[in-house]
Design a protein around this ligand. Structure first.
Ligand SMILES: NC(=O)c1ccc[n+]([C@@H]2O[C@H](COP(=O)([O-])OP(=O)(O)OC[C@H]3O[C@@H](n4cnc5c(N)ncnc54)[C@H](O)[C@@H]3O)[C@@H](O)[C@H]2O)c1
Ligand SMILES: [Zn+2]
Length: 357
């Protein structure tokens, strides 16, 4: 059964449809019929059957143009940003035309930034095709590209017109990518969503094997939590920081490996366990609950080992993190079951300890 949810506020509110057949004429048609031209952006790692389907549906309503980027993070570049903008201008796209992003977070992020800036904004449909993009990057309106000084340093907050999450496209996703996306799912269960937490505890096998009935629920619950948080704090001034649970340490681990050794979700899984241990050491959660979290992460076969990292090596990355405000490190910790808190008052010895037990 298709599920629908809304995110965003007032005139930038948008519909998110989650189903095993969300890429359909029924869902795409009503949006495209108001437009004359569409640019479909994807990359060469997105299975062709998905992009072909989007193109053939779009042809019924609009003149279709397409751009296929080279797969990988390096495609979120200024050069590609400019290339796509020029393509739009050369083909006389105007503000009444539309872009469809079909792909993972890389395609979604650069397409979103293009849409936010071409003629000061043209409409965008997100069709996320990785689990990470379906449960995280396609919702919330953050768009970005990378510059040589760092990742995601340039971008805009720009909500799409609609997000179509088709769970059937996940079947071609490599297991490692799928599992990395599951780390963000576990995050929603830990920071807010009790129902999702128990769903994950009760059904690891079904979730790992992408059981059709359960995966729709899992994605819906994840998006529901993300949508609730980002709709309350669209520009990241407050509670949106809760979504960074596990990310201060996760980012440090990724940066320490120069972004080559480990996927984002794999680093976040380690980071969430570190943050859970600190939450226990700080007296916010019981040992029993810490064990429940460990069992959950183990059931999904996340590699939680951190003995390869010395605190002194991660420290510079931890303190460079964007969660620093007015010189103080704000940590996102657990305040109890399915509850996250943001705090700058903690014993820094516990940061160190969390890497060694
Ligand atoms: N905007 C946000 O709020 C936000 C949030 C989290 C992450 N991000 C960004 O998302 C990016 C990571 O996204 P990602 O993990 O989706 O990576 P990705 O977009 O690079 O996709 C991973 C790989 O999977 C391929 N792929 C896509 N769909 C597939 C499918 N259905 N079957 C098989 N292969 C498929 C892609 O071609 C790519 O090679 C990063 O750039 C990160 O900064 C953005
Ligand atoms: Zn993340």
């Amino acid at each position: 059964m298709a599920k629908e949810i809304f995110a965003g506020k007032k005139n930038s509110k948008y519909k998110i449809i989650i189903s095993g057949s969300a890429v359909s004429k029924k869902n795409i048609g009503p949006i495209l019929k108001e437009h004359r031209k569409v640019l479909i952006i994807s990359d060469n790692g997105v299975p062709l059957d998905i992009t072909k389907k989007v193109k053939s549906i779009s042809k019924n309503f609009c003149k279709v143009f397409s751009i296929t980027l080279i797969k990988g993070e390096q495609s979120k570049s200024i050069q590609n940003f400019q290339k796509i903008l020029n393509f739009l201008a050369e083909n006389n796209f105007d503000r009444t035309d539309i872009i469809i992003a079909v792909g993972g977070g890389v395609v979604g992020d650069i397409s979103g930034y293009v849409a936010s800036s071409y003629l000061r904004g043209i409409q965008l449909i997100q069709i996320p095709t990785t689990l990470l993009a379906q449960v995280d990057s396609s919702v919330g309106g953050k768009t970005a590209i990378n510059i040589s000084a760092g990742k995601n340093l340039v971008g805009a907050f720009y909500n799409p017109k609609a997000v179509l999450i088709d769970t059937s496209v996940l079947k071609s996703l490599p297991e490692r990518e799928y599992k990395a996306g599951l780390a963000e799912v576990v995050k929603y269960g830990l920071i807010k969503n009790k129902y999702l937490f128990s769903l994950l505890i009760k059904n690891p096998q079904k979730v790992i094997l992408m059981n059709k009935n359960i995966i729709e629920d899992v994605i819906f619950e994840s998006i529901k939590t993300k949508a609730e948080i980002v709709s309350k704090d669209e520009r990241e001034n407050g509670i949106r920081a809760l979504l960074n649970f596990g990310h201060t340490f996760g980012h440090a681990i990724e940066a320490h490996g120069k972004y080559k050794k480990i996927l984002h979700g794999e680093a976040v899984a380690k980071g969430m366990f570190i943050a859970s241990k600190i939450s226990y050491l700080e007296g916010h959660i019981s040992q029993k609950y810490l064990n429940t979290i460990k069992d959950l992460l183990d059931a999904y076969k996340f590699d939680l080992s951190v003995s390869q990292y010395q605190y002194k090596d991660l420290k510079p990355f931890i303190f460079r993190d964007k969660k620093i405000r007015s010189g103080k490190l704000n940590l996102v910790l657990l305040g109890g079951p399915s509850k996250a808190i943001i705090t700058s008052s903690f014993d820094s010895n516990n940061l160190k300890k969390s890497l060694t037990f």
